[in-house]
Write a new protein. Structure first.
Lengths: 165, 446, 361
């Protein structure tokens, strides 16, 4: 679960995982562990603040700018605080053919927010993403590691109800 | 034409576990290769098989392997490209999630052939749950002695690392992928040098697609000649096709290369035809990057013969009347689909995914998107159409990596084949911007 | 023992043959011929390792790959990163496709450029202005909104006007290669990429000011100079001082008697020949700080030489006298190899000013 961002340090379990990740790569190539560590950090803190990125940079012995350059290049990293559940909605062509746009409008209306926004209760953040490699099962969205596929209005209702609890 | 090589056991319950996979004959290719064959012998079989890269470019895998530089004292790397982000393509996702050991077995055999002791599977970060499946499978394979130190007592060591991406289509381009794997921004490199000479960590590297590598196990078990006997000519073997869009049965299908497009589209074994009450309007046969074709051109060649699902047949006629097999992302459009809207959508995708290094792609993709957005929303003018054609032409061939081409082709081909539809959007803005409005002019529907 | 000289290779560019060392790029070979034969370069920068290949301004056609394999290359190639082969035949300004493509590159670079040249400090010495002037079209077909960014200060001396940036990455390579701690880089991606320090950390490094000199456009500018002047009203002189940090060899720019800015020296391709430190650049703004060597050689193409500046009319005369009187031999042996910069040839330093003894004008 998302933890409050007061101490910038991995939990002991994550610290151990982080060290294993770093050790997988050849000596002097520890920078390779950057993306894995950023994922791990986002898992712990929910988003990547400059402090968190600096912390990851120190762990890998690289400049902070090298972390920022990478974190801002890839779309999976949240650089601002997000709600409890980040809905990453596929807006790409094949999903649209399967009714993706209609379901997307429904979802926006249901949550009362637009892409990039967070609901007032901080429960949901909506993000538009590109093809998630599940086009045959569209419309698709993703929340953390979970894919939700073949979406219909009813399914959306169910998922949102479930996660709102 | 139901030969299955990759998906033969996909429906066996528990096939994602080591035990079941092993019972179905899994890891025999590793035993055969490591105990009875030299690395060169493995390369030779793959060459004989004639299997072409399944990531999109279609470069023969065995030939790529034989180009790998082998300087003394420098490690060599094998990197599996599991970044699968091309719109319309979801086969690697399907394969890794359902039968992870097939990829791992392929990785072991291929790494052995290339003399790599540390190999990587670069999986797009969104597929974190698949990464966990692969990591579990790797642990099982290691426990069974197929990975790690001194595999099967042969003295050969191999470590497999699954590396997550961070959300960037461009990291599917092999040199961007290597940059990303080094912990950097996914900016494609200038070539030469090619990865075969200077790849990961500046060492000789082979990058292959998931599906390409997964064929290695079957090829070793059955021989390169047996593989080459499947399919037609230079399109040997089977191919995973990701079928999506307005068809009855979207999904991933393994076909023997050479199936007629029409049969693949309408047979119940595969797509099952267009959804009820509708007709085929257009088709993108190889993922969003390849040219879109109207119904009449996709099923038949210019000489009237049926078009087949092979590299050669799909590209027959060049870009005037043909397209490409690409990554096998088979996207079907019926008459309710608006080509202008889809073209705008695709161009927005490429704009969003351009790494931004080189000026034609960085600036040109955004320009095309904005013009298409205008046309789609009823603010276009006639000269915009020629402008789009010209901008696409100026991007194509002038960029660092093929993303520029991939952005240009869908736009150029949509205008080439559906120009009247673009014009209608411009001449009838009020009608065209109604929700769900689609051009109903003369079209060859099949 | 005989010297083992590397076998030279022959290349033909726009019909002119030139012999160069193996491994030379097409662009460097073309520069050896000079004039129109040299392709424009917006991102390549000879002193910066790894630069080039991005802007595509230097695309040329290879009509024959080599004597051994005379097939043409299927696409235009970036001449700044493509090595020559023996017997290669290259077409630059003689090829219609190259010229059309170059026009397109200008157009691409300009669609998101603010075209605020009238208020831009770089005007008159801007590579993009020159490139557009020499290769571009007079009109634009771009009707969409342009990308804009807020101006930002990067530290006390440098201002970033990101809207003008063409993302050539030169400043990033500079920061990477001459400073130990890079805090400056490219954020975001695609056309939303920007040069930044993320949380506006100051670029605090002795050599950080060099990013101003490498920037081909007015995106990185000298805050101590900004809006002080138009470059064509200024007069550059080569000068040096005894500097503990850098070679101290600079170009000092005058307006009247006033030193209005100090930059590194550049070669005829507008490339810095030796990087200078921030003290020389930002803090030595008095004539008495400098030993004047003489007027800076300005390349033909520069607007500075085009109408305003004539080296033989250097004024005021006390500068010339000062220069002639105090010129001492410049120690050329300093090791700047760690900067990745070629050494200046001693011929660049004439022992006395050519016109120091001329009668007063
Ligand atoms: C923009 C772009 C995206 C690509 N995406 C992928 C991808 O997601 N998966 C893949 O296997 N190949 C992708 N490729 C192709 C790779 O560059 C490379 O050719 C391929 O991984 C080689 O493997 P193969 O020979 O087995 O196909 C992409 C290429 C480009 C230019
Ligand atoms: S073509 Fe596009 S994606 Fe490829 S290097 Fe250039 S800007 Fe990046
Ligand atoms: S700020 Fe200047 S030097 Fe840096 S990338 Fe932009 S244009 Fe190039
Ligand atoms: S288009 Fe939505 S998953 Fe591919
Ligand atoms: S100068 Fe060669 S690509 Fe920019």
């Amino acid at each position: 679960m998302t933890e409050t961002q007061n101490t910038v340090e991995f939990t002991p379990e994550r610290l151990k995982i982080a060290q294993e990740m770093i050790d997988r790569y050849p000596a002097e190539r520890q920078k390779s562990a950057l993306l894995p560590l950023l994922h791990l950090a986002q898992e712990q803190w929910g988003w990547l603040s400059p402090e968190v990125m600096d912390y990851v940079g120190r762990m890998l012995d690289i400049q902070a700018i090298e972390v920022y350059e990478v974190a801002t290049f890839y779309t999976m990293f949240h650089l601002d605080p997000v709600g409890k559940h980040v809905i990453e909605y596929c807006r790409t062509g094949p999903c649209c053919l399967m009714g993706g746009e209609e379901i997307y409008d429904y979802l926006k209306q249901k949550l009362g927010i637009q892409a990039g926004e967070t609901t007032a209760d901080q429960k949901f953040t909506l993000k538009e993403v590109e093809c998630l490699a599940a086009c045959g099962m569209g419309p698709v969205f993703q929340i953390r590691e979970q894919y939700y596929m073949n979406l219909t209005r009813d399914k959306v209702d169910e998922i949102i109800a479930e996660l709102s609890r | 034409m139901g030969k299955k090589i990759l998906l033969e056991h996909i429906n066996v319950p528990g096939i994602e576990t080591y035990d079941v996979y092993r019972k179905q004959g899994g890891y025999t290719a590793v035993e055969k290769a490591i105990k009875t064959m030299s690395p060169e012998g493995v390369v030779e079989e793959v060459k004989k098989a004639g299997v072409r890269g399944r990531g999109g470019a279609g470069f023969p895998m065995g030939m790529k392997w034989s180009f790998l530089a082998k300087p003394e004292g420098v490690p060599r790397y094998l990197v599996c490209n599991a970044d699968e982000s091309e719109p319309g393509t979801f086969k690697d996702h399907y394969l890794m999630k359902n039968i992870p050991h097939l990829l791992i077995e392929g990785m072991i055999v291929s790494s052995y052939a290339l003399g790599a002791n540390k190999s990587f599977i670069y999986v797009r970060g969104e597929l974190m749950y698949v990464i966990r499946i692969l990591e579990k499978a790797i642990a099982e394979a290691k426990a069974a002695g197929f990975l790690g130190k001194n595999i099967l007592g042969s003295g050969y060591d191999l470590e497999l690392i699954v590396h997550p991406g961070g959300g960037a289509y461009i990291c599917g381009e092999e040199t961007a992928l290597l940059e990303s794997l080094e912990g950097k921004r996914g900016n494609p490199r200038n070539k030469p040098p090619f990865p075969a000479v200077k790849g990961l960590y500046q060492c000789p590297t082979v990058v292959n697609n998931v599906e390409s590598i997964a064929t290695a196990a079957w090829i070793i078990n059955n021989g390169g000649d047996a593989y080459a006997a499947i399919g037609i000519g230079r399109s040997s073997g089977t191919k995973l096709i990701s079928a999506s869009g307005h068809i009855k049965k979207p999904g991933v299908y393994e076909i023997e290369l050479g199936v007629p497009v029409e049969e693949f589209l309408y047979s119940d074994e595969w797509c099952g035809g267009i959804r009820d009450g509708h007709h085929l309007k257009a088709l993108v046969a190889g993922g969003s990057s390849v040219p879109i074709l109207p119904a009449n051109l996709i099923t038949k060649l210019a000489n009237g013969e049926p078009r087949l699902m092979t590299y050669e047949s799909l590209s027959d006629g060049g870009f005037q009347t043909g397209t490409m097999l690409g990554s096998g992302g088979f996207i079907v459009f019926d008459e309710t689909a608006c080509v202008v809207r889809n073209t705008w959508n695709f161009s927005r995708f490429y704009h969003h995914e351009s790494c931004g290094q080189c000026s034609p792609c960085r600036e040109g993709t955004g320009w095309m998107e904005k013009v298409l957005h205008r046309i789609e929303h009823g603010h276009g003018s006639m000269h915009d159409i020629d402008l789009l054609v010209d901008v696409a032409k100026k991007i194509e061939g002038n960029t660092i990596c093929p993303l520029g081409d991939a952005a240009a082709w869908p736009v150029a081909s949509a205008i080439r084949h559906f120009r009247d539809e673009f014009e209608w959007h411009i001449t009838h803005p009020a009608e065209a911007t109604q929700p769900g409005a689609v051009f109903k002019g003369e079209m060859a529907l099949v | 023992m005989e010297d083992i000289k590397p076998q030279l290779v022959k290349v033909t560019i726009d019909g002119i043959e030139v012999e160069v060392e193996p491994g030379t790029t097409i662009l460097q070979a073309a520069r050896k011929i000079g004039g129109n034969v040299a392709p424009p370069a917006m991102c390549y920068y000879q002193p910066l390792k790894g630069s080039g290949g991005k802007c595509r301004a230097c695309l040329v056609r290879v009509a024959a790959g080599s004597a051994k394999d005379p097939r043409p290359m299927p696409k235009l190639v970036a001449s700044c990163i493509t090595p020559v082969q023996d017997g290669m035949i290259v077409e630059n300004s003689t090829n219609e496709q190259v010229l059309t493509t170059r026009k397109a590159i200008v157009e691409f670079l300009l669609i998101n450029h603010p075209l605020d040249c009238p208020v831009c400090d770089q005007a008159g010495e801007c590579d993009l202005q020159n490139f557009a002037f020499n290769h571009g079209m007079a009109t634009t077909r771009y009707e969409e909104e342009r990308r804009t960014f807020e101006k930002k200060d990067i530290g006390p001396y440098i201002q970033l006007h990101m809207t003008r940036c063409i993302l050539c990455y030169r400043c990033v390579y500079t920061a990477d290669q001459i400073t130990q701690k890079r805090v400056h880089g490219v954020l975001g991606r695609g056309d939303a990429s920007e040069i930044s320090t993320y949380i506006e950390k100051a670029v605090d490094n002795d050599f950080s000011g060099n990013v101003i000199d490498v920037c081909p456009v007015g995106a990185l500018t000298d805050k101590t100079y900004r809006f002080k002047n138009r470059v064509w009203f200024t007069k550059p002189v080569d000068a040096h001082r005894d500097c503990p940090t850098c070679s101290g060899k600079t170009t000092v720019w005058y307006r009247g008697d006033e030193v209005i800015r100090v930059t590194a020296r550049k070669n005829e391709w507008n490339e810095v020949t030796e990087f200078i430190c921030n003290t020389c650049r930002f803090e030595k703004k008095k004539t008495s700080d400098w030993v004047i060597e003489g007027p800076t050689k300005i390349s033909r193409s520069s607007v500075i030489s085009a109408n305003k500046y004539r080296g033989d009319l250097i004024k005021p005369d006390f500068q010339r006298k000062l220069a002639a009187a105090t010129y001492t031999h410049v120690d050329d042996e300093r090791d700047t190899s760690q900067l990745g910069i070629q050494q200046l040839t001693p011929e660049r330093f004439a022992p006395v000013l050519p016109h120091a003894n001329d009668p007063e004008p």
